[in-house]
Design a protein around this ligand. Structure first.
Ligand code: HEC
Length: 191
């Protein structure tokens, strides 16, 4: 008699334990119904106002297209570093009042080209751009109003500011067909 009671007790105990485990399994996989899927995510892609275009803020930075405020240009590492240098050193002469804020460009003679002036700068090679930035206008047959930066910026920084210039170019810059990362990194860029 006692034995049978004990068996019943264990049977009920095991059924209860089993139900508890089963119940837990039922609840656990449904937690996402109570919390958003992307909870805690910081880097997200956001819908862009222009049609189906998406901009990933997982890139190093971005720049608003100088001619079209609804158009955001994603910047890679070098381009984003070039943007920093541009806004520290060049913006005063090479940008109009937008989007950078007050500019002294209209007071400079000759008027410096806008840094996004693809019509002019797309036709100048990477090497020549680096040359004029490093040596300044006076040493390269242009106006001395363009200062030399070879002593204040490293070759890598000059390389980055050219990468930024290419990224914001309007009309867009397309690299020459013989262009390669190897030649860019070790050739023109390091001159
Ligand atoms: C004090 C004003 C001033 C500043 C600051 C300045 N520039 Fe210039 N820049 C000029 C002027 C003026 C010209 C036009 C020279 C000419 O056409 O004779 C020029 C021309 C240029 C050109 C055109 C070269 C070509 O082939 O036509 C490039 C590229 C350039 N600058 C890059 C830069 C960069 C990059 C910086 C910042 C690191 C910078 N400039 C800062 C005044 C400036």
């Amino acid at each position: 008699m006692r034995m049978r009671l004990l068996l019943i007790f264990f049977f009920v105990l095991i059924v209860c334990l089993g139900l508890t485990v089963y119940g837990k399994k039922e609840i656990a996989p449904h937690l996402h119904e109570y919390w958003p899927y992307d909870q805690g995510l910081i880097v997200k892609s956001v819908p862009h106002p222009k049609g189906t275009e998406y901009v990933s803020f997982g890139s190093y930075g971005s720049e608003t297209d100088w001619n079209d405020p609804t158009h955001i240009l994603p910047l890679d590492y070098h381009q984003a570093d070039g943007k920093r240098i541009f806004y520290q050193q060049c913006v005063w002469c090479h940008s109009d009042t937008t989007p950078a804020g007050p500019s002294n460009r209209s007071n400079v003679t000759p008027t410096p080209p806008l840094m996004n002036d693809g019509t002019l700068l797309n036709g100048v090679s990477d090497a020549d751009l680096q040359q004029v930035i490093a040596l300044g206008g006076a040493a390269t047959g242009k106006s001395a109003m363009m200062p030399p930066y070879g002593k204040s910026l490293t070759p890598d920084e000059i390389y980055d500011v050219v990468a930024y210039t290419r990224a914001i170019a309007s009309p867009a810059y397309s690299r020459p067909s013989h262009w390669s990362w190897a030649s860019w990194e070790h050739g023109a860029a390091k001159k």
